[in-house]
Structure formats: structure tokens, C-alpha cells
Design a protein around this ligand. Structure first.
Ligand SMILES: [Zn+2]
Length: 456
């Protein structure tokens, strides 16, 4: 009996790489041409009230050295603005800040962030050029909020309680009005690869579509994955000197722990056998849909294609030939799918689906039509999958092998089975189903079942 030696281990999340930094009391710095006056709090704590006397209610307090903008004067009270908040504060606890310190700066119209991508980090300086002294370093992949900008391209920021200037040249990072963060998944000791199975996908500076593109990768592109982010993006060595991030939240990519070194960590071979893998639904027919634990809407058609592609890769890795009924978001009729194997010398057909019922429904099941001779084939696939899945995920329920005359298995010309990998209606299960690890586990189970059935 041939088996794949799986090397999956528990993935654990490590510390937050990009920590959302909130600058709710960011100083608003006046433009040189305006008459805005900036003040600093000189008391250890300063109450800001709803009106210009102590008889008014305190709406918030400011810490010592906080910077505020004066809006108007009312006796010994100033109406001030701190971040987005306004209120009244006693003028004796406010010291005017010399206008020269902000002479060339202007406040960004919308909140804009700068993401450092320079691998060695960026030096924070006390002024807007390299001649000023260093106050510290912002490491690569950190995000800072832009407080103001200088005409020479330097920006004023606060990082680690230090306010200073950094060179915002696009070779050191990028600006974005979008705030995003991500976590890096811990390396589980397995080498994973990214394989492109579609036309064109951007490689970006950081794992988000807000990050600038470094270029594109196309069909057949294969690369070792250097790091994975929990948002589904993976980092690759894009060129000799440049690393970049690619989203795997798309039907264009497959993540696998093997790229076809036959016999490398596998026993057995499917050489000489051809399988039709059918990703259920497509295009306007989304199949079932559900929301994962994060509330993201996920369509069955997308999950089906990704799982089908993982199965394709696993079969090809040990020499089998695969014909895909669809490789992108297109629609085929049930008849087109059922008749797909005709004239193609295929040995068997596997349709990939995901289930939907109540939010508590769980488990994996395999179907065949008892009007065909596919039972032994479907049983081998079922046992291969449930064994591999339960080894990795003991909580997955075995819903058994079942007879049902689904069109694609009933009217097929070859051995046919239909897999229902799990319930998209169950958020916990959906979150598991929509991972490369789960798909690869299913794919290895399918291969084990095929090896068993064909006696390889
Ligand atoms: Zn379906």
C-alpha cells in the first residue's frame, strides 16, 4: 500500500508584524501661509471643556507636551483643536510653539501612511535631510502615519514615541491612504511552492493590493514560498535581488509542498493514468456560499477550483495526467462535465464540491451512482481522503460513502465520484476548508485513494 508521507505540522501565528498605530492626537500642523497657531500643553494634564470656563463639562484631557491648534480666543480660554476633537482649555497651560519648526510643512488632506520597505529600515532624523542627527530607525515593513510633508520629499512621522523626519522616496517604501496590517505564519518546516495556473498576477511590495506592484507573474510560474501571511499572501524571491508578495486568494494560484520531484517524498506512481478533475459550478453559478469566521463571504465555485487544482498538482506530482473541466471562473453544463471524459482516454472522473446546510453541519462525504460500476473507485477515494483529513484534523466528521444519482457521476463514461469536502454554511468549517493546508491534505488523500485503487 503506497502512502504519501505528509509533513504538515500545526501552523502557529507569531507576533504581529505590522502593528496598527493609531495617532488619535496627531498634531495638526499649519501651512506656512496660514495664521494657524500651534500650542503645547505645559501642565501634567490639561482638561479640555465644552465651553470657556471651569463650569463647563470636561470632554477630554491632554497630556503634557501634546500639541494643539488654536481656533479662537475667549478671555483667558482658547478654543483648541486636538486631532479631530475640539474644545476649550485655559490659556495659561498652553505655550506657543515657534512657527519656524513647521514653516515648510503642510497637513495631509487625508490620513496617509508610509510603509517602509527598505530591508535595512529607515533612519528617523531631527530635520528633513541627512545632515540632521539620527533619532532611531523604523524597521522594514512597519507603517507610520504621515504628519506632514516637506517639499524635498521628506515626511514628518512619529515612531516609538519619537517624532522626526524620514526620506519618503519610493525606493524606501510607499505611501497609501489605506491602513492595513498582517501577521506572518510560523514556518512549519515544510517547503511550500507557489504555482501559477492562470494568466497574470501582480507581485507586490507588501501583502496587500494597496502596495505597489513590482511586476507580474504568468501561467506556469513556480517559486518557493519564503514566508506566508495569515491573509493568504505569500512572499517569493521575485528576482535575484527583489522579494515580493503574491495573493493566493485567487483561482490563479496553487500552493503545494511538492513540485513534481517524482519519488522525492512519495511512494507509488500514477504514470500512465489520466484523471478528469471537475471543479463544480463556475461563473454565474456560484454554488453554495457562506461566511467564514472573519465574516468574509466565500463562494463554493472558488473553493472547488482551488481544491481541484490542489488535486491536479498532487496527481501530476506522481506522474498522473490530469484534465481539468475548468481552470478558471467559467461555466459548464452538467452534461458537458459528465461527457468530458469521452474520447480522452481518461481512467476516472472526480467532481469537487462543497456542501451547505445548517451552520452546525460538519464533515466530508463521497458520492457515486449505484447505476454505474464506480462504487469501489469512490470507496477508495473516500477512504484515502477521510484518512488523510482525519489524521490532520481529527474533528472532521466522516459522513461516509453514499449512493446518489448526481448527473455528473450518473452519466459519466468512466469511474466517477463526487466529493463534498465540507460545509461552507459552517463558519468554523469554512475557515478550515479555505486553507491551502486543508486542500493539500485532501489532495494527498485523493492520491492515496487512487494509488490504492489502481494497486500502485
Ligand atoms: Zn456544489
Amino acid at each position: 500500500m503506497a502512502k504519501i508521507h505528509t509533513k504538515f505540522h500545526k501552523l502557529m501565528l507569531i507576533g504581529i508584524l505590522l502593528i496598527a498605530t493609531i495617532f488619535t492626537t496627531a498634531p495638526q500642523i499649519g501651512h506656512a501661509a496660514s495664521t494657524t497657531e500651534t500650542y503645547k500643553v505645559n501642565a501634567s494634564s490639561l482638561n479640555v471643556r465644552t465651553g470657556p470656563s471651569t463650569s463647563y463639562k470636561v470632554s477630554f484631557a491632554l497630556k503634557k507636551n501634546s500639541t494643539v491648534t488654536k481656533i479662537s480666543t475667549s478671555g483667558n480660554w482658547f478654543k483648541i483643536k486636538s486631532g479631530s476633537k475640539t474644545g476649550y482649555a485655559s490659556s495659561k497651560y498652553l505655550t506657543k510653539v515657534k512657527a519656524t519648526t513647521v514653516a515648510t510643512a503642510s497637513t495631509p488632506k487625508v490620513t496617509t501612511y508610509f510603509y517602509v520597505t527598505e530591508p535595512t529600515g529607515l533612519t528617523i532624523r531631527s530635520g528633513a535631510s541627512v545632515s540632521y542627527k539620527s533619532l532611531g530607525t523604523i524597521p522594514a515593513e512597519k507603517k507610520v502615519q504621515i504628519l506632514s510633508e516637506n517639499k524635498n520629499g521628506w515626511i514628518r512621522i512619529t515612531y516609538n514615541k519619537k517624532t522626526g523626519w524620514i526620506n519618503a522616496n519610493s525606493k524606501y517604501g510607499f505611501k497609501s491612504t489605506k491602513s492595513f496590517s498582517y501577521k506572518i505564519e510560523e514556518d512549519d518546516g515544510t517547503t511550500y511552492y507557489l504555482i501559477m495556473q492562470g494568466n497574470s498576477l501582480n507581485v507586490r511590495k507588501l501583502p496587500n493590493t494597496a502596495a505597489p506592484s513590482l511586476g507580474k507573474i504568468g501561467n506556469g510560474y513556480t517559486a518557493k514560498i519564503l514566508r506566508s501571511a495569515s491573509n493568504g499572501w505569500v512572499e517569493i524571491q521575485y528576482s535575484n535581488s527583489v522579494k515580493g508578495w503574491v495573493s493566493t486568494n485567487t483561482e490563479l494560484t496553487v500552493v503545494t509542498d511538492s513540485i513534481g520531484q517524482v519519488g522525492d517524498d512519495l511512494e507509488g506512481s500514477l504514470t500512465g493514468l489520466t484523471f478528469v478533475i471537475d471543479a463544480g459550478h463556475g461563473n454565474g453559478d456560484s454554488g453554495a456560499s457562506g461566511r467564514d469566521l472573519k465574516g468574509n463571504l466565500v463562494y463554493e465555485k472558488t473553493l472547488n477550483l482551488k481544491a481541484a487544482q490542489a488535486i491536479q498538482t498532487a496527481i501530476q506530482n506522481i506522474g498522473g495526467k490530469v484534465l481539468m473541466t475548468r481552470t478558471n471562473d467559467t461555466f459548464l453544463t452538467l452534461d458537458q462535465r459528465a461527457k468530458y471524459a469521452i474520447g480522452k482516454n481518461a481512467n476516472a472522473f472526480i467532481s469537487v464540491h462543497h456542501n451547505s446546510a445548517s451552520s452546525s453541519a460538519v464533515g466530508y462525504e463521497t458520492y457515486y451512482s449505484n447505476k454505474t460500476s464506480s462504487k469501489a473507485f469512490a470507496k477508495a477515494v473516500h477512504e484515502g481522503v477521510i484518512e488523510a483529513v482525519q489524521e490532520e484534523y481529527p474533528q472532521v466528521k466522516d459522513r461516509q460513502l453514499k449512493a446518489m444519482d448526481y448527473y455528473v457521476v450518473r452519466y459519466n463514461s468512466v469511474y466517477a465520484s463526487l466529493l463534498e469536502l465540507g460545509f461552507v454554511s459552517n463558519p468554523t468549517e469554512l475557515s478550515r476548508l479555505n486553507t491551502n493546508k486543508f486542500r493539500n491534505t485532501v489532495a494527498e488523500g485523493v492520491v492515496n485513494g487512487l494509488l490504492e485503487f489502481y494497486g500502485r
